[in-house]
Design a binder for this molecule. Structure first.
Ligand code: 5GP
Ligand code: ZN
Length: 113
């Protein structure tokens, strides 16, 4: 989608610090990190959010989670980490291209704010 920030990051039109990439997934460091490690994992195919995903996206969503777990190990988050999907206004979703947050490197309070 031409006017989507994350589609433009995936296309390389907007620079980002890449953490991982394969044919289906792009992962990059958040510009405003909420923890010492804060990576966003996105499918290369535009999906606006979890509410817009369908059964056909199940494998892709699973791959995002499993890739987050692999990246967490690679980035040294041996003490734990959190993966988060923000959905809609109450959760503060601000970019409408689905993205899985991977946060770690400090104690993460529960429940989140
Ligand atoms: P949301 O609030 O939608 O769950 O998360 C959007 C995330 O995207 C935020 O954590 C925000 O800091 C991050 N973000 C917004 N614009 C950019 C950008 O241009 N580059 C990068 N790397 N991250 C961004
Ligand atoms: Zn997009």
């Amino acid at each position: 989608m031409a006017d989507c920030l994350f589609c433009r990051i995936i296309a390389g039109e907007i620079p980002s610090k890449r953490a991982f990439e394969n044919e289906r997934i792009f992962a990059f460091h958040d510009i405003q990190p909420g923890a010492p490690t804060h990576v966003l994992l996105v499918p290369k195919r535009h999906i606006a959010g979890l509410d817009n995903a369908t059964a056909a996206d199940a494998a892709l969503l699973g791959e995002l989670q499993l890739e987050a777990a692999r990246l967490a190990k690679e980035l040294g988050l041996a003490n734990g980490y959190r993966t988060v999907l923000n959905v809609g206004p109450d959760a503060g979703q601000s970019v409408f291209h689905i993205h899985l947050h991977l946060l770690g490197g400090r104690h993460l309070a529960w429940p989140p704010g």
